[in-house]
Design a protein around this ligand. Sequence first.
Ligand code: WTA
Length: 651
Amino acid sequence: MSVDQRPEIENLLAEARTFPPDPAFAAQANAKPEIYDEAAADPVAFWERLARERISWFEPFTTTLEWQLPFAKWFTGGKLNVAYECVDRQVERGLGDKVAYHWIGEPGDTRTLTYRDLQREVSKAANALLELGVRTGDRVAIYMPMIPELPIAMLACARIGAPHTVVFGGFSAEALSGRINDCGAKVLITADGGWRRGKKVGLKHHADEAVSDTPTIEKVIVVDRFGEGVHMVPRRDLWWHDIVDRQSDDCPPVPVDSEHMLYLLYTSGTTAKPKGILHTSAGYLLGTSFSHEMIFDLKPDDVYWCAADIGWVTGHSYIVYGPLKNGTTGILYEGAPDTPTWDRWWQIVEEYKVSILYTAPTAIRAFMKQGPQYPEAHDLASLRLLGSVGEPINPEAWLWYHEHVGRGKAPIVDTWWQTETGMILITPLPGVTTTKPGSATFPFPGVEADVVDGNGESVPLGGGGYLVLKRPWPAMLRGIYGDDERYRQTYWSRFDGLYFAGDGAKRDEDGYFWLLGRVDDVMNIAGHRISTTEVESALVDHRAVAEAAVVGVKDDVTGQAIYGFVILKAGQEPTDALAVQLREHVAYVIGPIARPKYLMFVPDLPKTRSGKIMRRLLRDIAEGRTLGDTTTLADATVVETIRDNTGVAEE
Ligand code: WTA
């Protein structure tokens, strides 16, 4: 076979285990198989029906979809208010005393906010913003730890139609000022700091440094988390409790157009300037809340915990907007999973009787590494559904999650989506879909996805290629703030008329989608395009391995060779014999072509702050090059540790 006849990405790893829905779960499930049919018959009519039924319009919309590729407008002519939908509507329908959030601080302090509390606090915070001169359309930057004032601030912005941009609290002053300057925010809401791993992590000094460089910021509101005082700049800085507490709790929500900007969320590229992903109001609210109800099978009595940080899109869509719109009781936890010990999450699940848990594979693998004794020490019987998001979940991690957290019963929803997509787009529907560990299964109703080759031609079942989306969906990004051309270039130029997600994917013979990671992460070994995800899954499949990352490094013979970085489970010894075994294991599971040429045992892996492995950096390490920019690292010392580690085992 010549190189150009080879498939875009090889399909090598076969996972045969299947998990059909439990009939008892199916009988009570929110999702019914018929919604696929209704949506497929007429996707626009499907979304139109849902929008009419689910949103309390101040003015009804006149047009469901205006689609001028690549620009979509949904539900035009309509007016709504997102904060009203998420908060006031719940109070009006009798849920004022229902808990919206159980908040748990890392040191153990707690707060409970009902929907009525939220309505009062959001209204006061919105009045404070109005007092500071923030008007509908003005941008507000938010840089905070995971404390209740974070969602309150977001909803306060939404109440007056001021788009927010939340910058994750772990980002640097430079990252913050860059984002503020890109969108020209007028006010910054921050805090003195928050707790992380038993330590106080200050934010205010980063905020000060950032604001020294942001001419548009007029005022800074500071939440007092520690009660110890911080440096306050006269005439610019105000304590939250000084300005918010004295406001009236009456602040009428401002009706805005369906397409009014709700927020910007910046996604960082490692080299390029961050992109301000633009989300608007009605379509986003509909897409996130409807998907939340179906995919998480949300019932009135559920206690739902999405363990992400609100600073990421997962938190925006599935901690704040989707769940609140559904009147959900949610958990907000400020801190780290290992503080004070590795069973902190399981304690929380037991104490609050959490019934739905949504987290990332990186967290699951971290728990796997510590061993099942932590979840096993707690009563997790309340858990009835589990979710995963953020990267491909290796079958072994899926099975561990299933067995040790879900007690072999709770269905798992592996949900694929992006900051850009706003809502989950590829996922099982619990009670309907037979799952396969490691597969995100099928497109959500009303969503059309495909796997295409380099020419944009659909790849037959069984093959791999590029994941694309073929029609607009309500929660999709509306563009990149201030840069239509970049929007077109980044997402719509690779394949004519198709949204290119940047991910590789394959479909098996049954049509299941398997995500293969970012296409930049595809290796080329002797002309075979092999996905890093599959080799990593094969390594994690070995009983000694907790986590693995592989990259392709230059090789004189094969073009690229596979270099694996491996974290062992607690108690496993990193020996040469084990390295040999692991290589053979990959060759056995996938095939000799995928046998890693190099292997390094490492204590940790460099990750972005949202937990994605930084393969670019690993490639630098593997090829012995000088390191690129490391500022988006979760822990910069990891790189040093890896570099100092001399235990490279070469084939
Ligand atoms: C990856 C997070 C495989 C993917 C919501 C995507 C996944 C990127 C999955 C977006 C999944 C997310 N299986 N890969 N279930 N979920 N990804 O913008 O590469 O932080 O393009 O949004 O994460 O990351 P983002």
